[in-house]
Write a new protein. Structure first.
Length: 360
């Protein structure tokens, strides 16, 4: 039930520096509204502390949100909705050995669908260069494009923990360059963590960013931004020596302060050992079932991208087929005159129409 459907939200207090357990909220909810164990949270807050008194009218609600600087999407305006996903909550899941879910998103709609499906973390991955921008490779995308897409996803997906890729060329030159790009992604893209590709050579970046409170997710194994030097999208860690290199990279990155580590294209048993040796969660793609979590590219798993189909991909839908045939149906209905029907049209009273025709 949404706010407009009659739920009256009286007072919500969201102190930013505390966990949701400290958050007080008072709702007048319908009996069938499900409330989770934790106090409901309606978005994260940029100023602290603050008391928000939203009104029942959705437009007033929106105005209130903007006035108080509450980061809150109208997509998720459901009192009693699941709480905002934070690093402590992700670590709780990890400690309880509950798999962490992650899916990519590249705009408000794909973000919203991930949020409403209950996904824990959303990744604005640079694969959007290929799926959303039609580029040949991920290396072509600019930081500004990633920031733009990240901000759109943040609006559509306020609940999941939001990770964004720093694209090729935006962090390799120096720690300073990486800081500048990461800050831009957090400040303007509203990312909650930044991801970048590479092993122990990234430790100085991870260390500096974590010192300043920017969460990092280094991405090791199959690193698409290095596809030219690796000779394509090849599984990594297939020899004892290279598996050991991956483990050493992961351990060094953890020591430097990485929040999570993404493992792509790594043999399942190697990924499991790496996961077991770490004290931070691993998110896997093509890394088997022994990682702390899984990530898939949303458009790939929905069947909306067919330039390549990696072995790790499982398709849960076929939107290329279903969406294209829906658009084709619309096209043919317009051609045949079936659409728009009376049902999709607006009317005018006979008297007014007669008066109008007399004016002609
Ligand atoms: N839409 C999309 N999805 C992705 O997963 C993705 C992108 N774009 N862009 C950048 C990279 C490219 N990725 C890929 C692409 C192909 C394979 C692939 O076909 N791999 C071989 C492995 C061959 C081997 O070394 O054994 C496979 O057969 O799965 C893997 C990752 C992952 N990333
Ligand atoms: C494949 C995933 C992990 C990624 O990095 C991306 O979407 O860019």
């Amino acid at each position: 039930m949404g706010v407009s459907a009659g739920v009256f939200l009286t007072v919500v207090q969201i102190p930013m520096s505390k966990t949701s357990k400290d958050q007080t909220s008072q709702f007048n909810l319908a009996e069938d509204d499900v409330i989770s164990d934790e106090s409901p949270v309606i978005g994260t807050l940029e100023k602290n502390p603050v008391t928000v008194k939203p009104h029942t009218h959705p437009l007033m609600f929106r105005t209130t949100r903007r006035l108080f600087g509450v980061r809150f999407s109208h997509y998720n305006a459901k009192p009693g909705a699941a709480p905002k996903m934070t690093i402590p909550r992700l670590y709780e899941m990890y400690a309880a050995k509950q798999p962490i879910t992650c899916i990519t998103a590249h705009d408000a709609l794909s973000g919203r669908m991930a949020d409403e499906a209950g996904i824990d973390t959303v990744l604005v991955g640079d694969s959007l260069a290929m799926v959303a921008m039609g580029l040949e490779s991920t290396s072509e995308i600019e930081l500004e494009d990633m920031v733009y897409h990240c901000r759109a996803v943040a609006r559509g997906a306020p609940r999941p923990f939001l990770i964004a890729d720093l694209p090729f060329g935006s962090y390799e030159q120096s720690v300073e360059q990486a800081c500048e790009s990461a800050i831009r992604m957090v400040k303007h893209g509203r990312a909650e963590a930044v991801k970048f590709e590479g092993g122990r050579e990234l430790c100085p970046i991870v260390e500096r960013l974590s010192k300043f409170g920017i969460a990092t997710v280094p991405h090791i194994g199959l690193t698409p931004q290095r596809q030219i030097s690796t000779g394509g999208f090849k599984v990594q860690g297939k020899t004892a020596a290279s598996a050991k290199e991956l483990l050493d990279d992961a351990l060094a990155l953890e020591k430097a302060g990485a929040t999570m580590i993404l493992l792509e294209g790594v043999p399942d048993r190697v990924a499991t050992v790496i996961t077991e040796r770490l004290n931070v969660p691993t998110i896997g793609i093509g890394a088997g079932s022994g990682t702390s979590g899984q990530v898939l590219v949303q458009i790939d798993m929905l069947g909306g991208f067919d330039a390549f189909v990696p072995k790790f991909l499982k398709r849960y839908a076929n939107i290329l087929e279903t969406h294209t045939s829906a658009i084709a149906k619309y096209h043919s209905e317009v051609k045949s005159g079936e659409f728009p029907s009376k049902q999709n049209s607006y009317s005018i009273k006979d008297a007014e129409f007669e008066k109008f025709t007399e004016m002609l």
